[in-house]
Design a protein around this ligand. Structure first.
Ligand code: RVP
Length: 504
């Protein structure tokens, strides 16, 4: 006879927190969101921690170098996607590790023979109005000029006009040489009343741009996640097929932590992958595993030496695994079960193995609930895909800006290693994900600040100043379908019909 779990399997929207006593100390500014990223022994500090409990999903449409930098600046971490060649993935890791705060590699570079029409198209696509001009149009070509929005009048100028006719030419530009510190660059910007300063090497090749606004924002990033050399922390996804080739390249590129990316992690393949890493690197390479949805799966991976365990099957916004294969579990029920197992494991062994809740976070309050249920940190795909920094295109769909977002199990990503069960057949046998649009939401920082302010506020309502205290004090209740209706605006006619949308 099969095993039947007690009760139904629930998801985040079916729960609410009941506030506890909050003292005068409980203000959002006093809340710490610092959380362990990897396993540690009782009484010891974890080797790696996050300053905010957010990591970005191991997905093509989410975790490229740009998002990784933006997220590390806020205190979280990206896992660069593994569904690309090991060399390409390692190059992305390197790009993050070699990123110098405040020095931006141009993503909107022109050639002198491009037209104003093309300039305006590029501005629309990237959202950037400062565009260096190089001889070959690459971000490291020879610098020949610069275009900003002050150089043309879209309503009056002929769209066929060439960049060379209206750019500020190189000889009239103020530049700084490679190796200039951010502080000096900023002084040059102030002394010359500039908005940006191109950095060039001895051969007049463009290296980067420093923007006036970036220096100030750099100074206001208290949560930045840095290694001992003041470089941003970054993770990388691996799979259970080519780890012997991929892991050394990622380690060599400077990846701070790895994660086995699999839709179903309770398997011999994960055991073998973890064993190989321990044999070859001991504890010097940190690696998470998953995904699992019950206590048994957690214990298996913890015993195999996983540094953290990821929870969630079928709850991802682009995921159709449950429909295709009939496996999975409501994300809240899975998380509660696994977090209980983590606490028992800690009691028994003195080893704390952090739990990551992966997928299914739609509203900001879902983050708070997942943390209250015991998650040490959250993995988010859809959430980050909506931001400027995600690697996908911003497109206009019926008058609204959208970003593309597709699953790793979709026909577009074809990440067969994530779903592979062994055997000789290589390739995706059937899709487990979809290709979609998500509403464009602007820059990462604004959104993360806003989401986490809500998390902090709710923690205060529950009398908690850090995540461990929050887990201890949280009181959760299941809600009925009828009280769900009561939770939104109801029985009123909204004046602003745009507030009526349920889709975020
Ligand atoms: P979400 O944040 O709800 O968009 O979910 C993201 C998660 O969905 C990923 O971290 C991963 O676990 C899962 N995923 C990614 N691709 C697919 C798929 O194609 N089915 N699922």
């Amino acid at each position: 006879m099969a095993t039947f779990f007690e009760g139904e399997s629930h998801t985040f929207s079916e729960y609410l927190l009941v506030p506890g006593y909050s003292s005068a100390e409980n203000i959002p500014a006093n809340v710490s969101l610092r959380t362990p990223l990897v396993r540690f022994k009782r009484g010891e500090e974890p080797a790696l921690s996050l300053n905010i409990p957010m990591v970005s999903a191991i997905m093509q449409a989410v975790s490229g170098p740009k998002l990784a930098v933006a997220l590390a600046q806020e205190g979280g971490l990206s896992f660069i996607y593994g569904s690309q060649s090991a060399d390409d993935e390692a190059a992305m890791v390197r790009e993050v590790k070699s990123y110098k705060a405040g020095f931006v590699v141009s993503d909107s570079t022109l050639t002198p023979d491009m037209t104003l029409g093309q300039v305006m198209e590029m501005k629309e696509r990237t959202g950037h109005s400062t565009m260096p001009v190089t001889d070959d149009g690459t971000s490291h070509g020879h610098l020949v000029g610069i275009v900003t929005s002050r150089d043309y009048r879209p309503s009056r100028d002929d769209r066929a006009k060439l960049v060379s006719e209206f750019m500020t030419p190189r000889e009239k530009m103020i530049v700084a040489e490679d190796g200039t510190s951010l502080k000096t660059a900023n002084d040059i910007i102030w002394d010359n009343k500039l908005n940006q300063l191109p950095i060039v090497d001895a051969d007049n090749r463009l290296v980067a741009l420093v923007f006036r606004k970036d220096y100030d924002s750099h100074k206001s990033r208290p949560d930045e996640l840095l290694d001992q050399h003041k470089r941003y922390l970054v993770g990388a996804g691996i799979n259970t097929r080519d780890y012997a080739e991929r892991v050394p390249k990622l380690v060599d590129a400077g990846a701070d932590v790895l994660c086995i990316d699999s839709s179903e992690g309770f398997s011999e393949w994960q055991k073998r992958t973890l064993a190989w890493i321990r044999e070859n690197y001991g504890d010097s390479v940190r690696v998470g595993a998953g995904n699992v949805v019950d206590a048994e799966g957690f214990r298996f991976l913890a015993d195999c030496g996983a540094d953290f365990v990821k929870v969630g099957i079928g709850g991802g916004s682009i995921c159709i695994t449950r429909e295709q294969k009939g496996i999975g579990r409501g994300q809240a029920s899975a998380l509660i079960d696994v977090c209980r197992a983590r606490d028992e494991y800690y009691e028994e062994t003195g080893v704390y193995v952090p739990v990551c809740s992966d997928g299914g976070i739609v509203y900001d309050y879902h983050m708070t609930l997942a943390l209250a249920m015991g998650a040490d940190f959250l993995m988010l795909g859809r959430y980050f895909a909506r931001f400027d920094e995600s690697p996908t295109r911003r497109v206009n769909v019926n008058g609204s800006y959208m970003k593309e977002y597709w699953g790793e199990g979709s026909a577009r990503a074809r990440n067969w290693q994530r779903y592979d069960l062994g055997g000789n057949k290589k390739g995706l046998s059937f899709v487990e994900g979809v290709d979609s649009y998500v509403p464009y939401a602007g820059p990462l920082k604004e959104n993360v600040d806003n989401s986490l302010l809500k998390v902090r506020s709710t923690m205060c309502n529950c009398g908690a100043l850090d995540l461990a205290e929050f887990r201890e004090k949280a009181k959760l209740t299941l809600v009925s379908a009828t009280s769900l209706v009561e939770g939104g605006a109801h029985d009123v006619l909204l004046k602003d019909s745009s507030q009526q949308v349920n889709f975020r």
